[in-house]
Design a binder for this molecule. Sequence first.
Ligand SMILES: Nc1ncnc2c1ncn2[C@@H]1O[C@H](COP(=O)(O)OP(=O)(O)OP(=O)(O)O)[C@@H](O)[C@H]1O
Ligand SMILES: [Mg+2]
Length: 236
Amino acid sequence: MLRLEGVACGYGPFRAVHKLDMAVEKGEIFALLGPNGAGKTSTIMCLAGHVELQAGRIEFDGLDLSDIPTAARARAGLALAPEGRRLFPDLTVEENLIIGGYSQPKRAFLQNRDRVLGYFPRLGERLRQPAGRLSGGEQQMLAIGRALMACPRLLMVDELSLGLMPRAIDSCYEVLRRLAREEGLAVLMVDQSTDRALEVADAVCVMESGHIRWAGSGGDARRNAEEVSKAILGAA
Ligand SMILES: Nc1ncnc2c1ncn2[C@@H]1O[C@H](COP(=O)(O)OP(=O)(O)OP(=O)(O)O)[C@@H](O)[C@H]1O
Ligand SMILES: [Mg+2]
């Protein structure tokens, strides 16, 4: 579904990611792991169109994304729950969801909202509360829910478990698993909580200093846990 060939990206003259080749398939949970500064967020932000692609090619469902602006990537079916969640804290849960589904006609929006609240019933109980007053776990659910409102075929989630209690992490992962299994959603996720990420991943790629250090299936990663952990810890 998503294919990266020789992708390099960065900031002005600085190259954060070098020659990245990877593929994410429909219905698959793909974990992108690695130490701080590895280039995980840069990769995701480049896919979303926020960081400059310096070389290589990105293909999504046969469409060449390389020169396509951010909004058109969202219309093509890519959605992002960014690092730090980036909710609108003074707006209610419902208003945050409305922003995620802004491009849809009202009927489709309402159906879609019910679908998202079906996955996250906790959000349904807090529709009129300001997003800034939710717990950390509920905020992450809202960030994922808001991204799902655009009906993506590929969802990118950066730092899913950052600052969350184990139970909240588990419920977010459970929803991602169901979405992958039941709707064929492809999930590309970055997480510092690598044990949990490795448990659910169908495919794993470990980056360090902008290069791939390890890549394989989730099964391979679990069988070679020691080697993968070493790669995740990095050279330092
Ligand atoms: N806005 C920016 N301008 C310049 N350099 C940046 C910018 N954002 C990130 N970088 C640099 O790009 C490299 C990769 O950073 P990136 O944020 O992609 O890493 P990461 O793997 O997501 O790390 P973390 O686990 O800490 O979130 C780092 O050397 C970082 O300093
Ligand atoms: Mg990051």
